[in-house]
Design a protein around this ligand. Structure first.
Ligand SMILES: [Zn+2]
Length: 169
């Protein structure tokens, strides 16, 4: 994705108030490997279980233009009852502590009424790095014969679907 500024990121959040978006902690934007990212994801340093996911989606009606869209996510780690260990975006297999159920409040009135949607994601939101082999998961992965390129395409396709689902009011 293309490098985003702090202002662009703060303006991209669709499921929190402007005040929350203004105050939330951003990662070091100059240190991000933007060329290798399909999404920018980070965990709030407060330890509150909040994570953030920002990606790009096509501007409605345009083929080349994209705009950033961001979500505040609440992470709950695997409780041991539900031992899902695969990220639904990048399909990386994790031990249960490295995958989290991430839920996003729905945008608008539904979200304010407490409705949310979510899925199991890499707890560190490092999906882009896992599919490119730039970060190694702790667990041995099932053998796949597909190339890195195909894995990236698969991540992007899953991400597009996920973002559209979260963005619906
Ligand atoms: Zn992932």
């Amino acid at each position: 994705m293309k490098k985003l500024t702090a202002d662009e990121i703060r303006a991209s959040f669709v499921n929190c108030s402007k005040g929350v978006a203004q105050r939330l902690s951003l990662p070091d934007l100059d240190a991000q490997p933007w060329d290798d990212l399909d999404l920018l994801g980070w965990v709030d340093p407060s330890g509150s279980g909040t994570s953030y996911l920002v990606t790009e989606r096509p501007v409605h009606g345009s083929e080349d233009d994209s705009e950033p869209i961001g979500f505040v996510l609440r992470a709950s780690k695997g409780s041991g009852v539900k031992r899902q260990s695969m990220c639904s975006l990048c399909l990386t297999v994790h031990s249960s502590s490295d995958v989290a159920l991430m839920t996003a409040a729905r945008p608008g009135a539904a979200g304010r009424a407490g409705n949310s949607r979510g899925n199991y994601l890499c707890a560190d939101l490092g999906c882009s790095l896992y599919v490119r082999g730039l970060r190694q998961p702790a667990r041995v992965q099932p053998h796949e014969t597909i190339t890195r390129e195909v894995k990236v395409m698969r991540l992007r396709s899953n991400l597009t679907e996920f973002v559209e689902r979260l963005a619906q009011e």
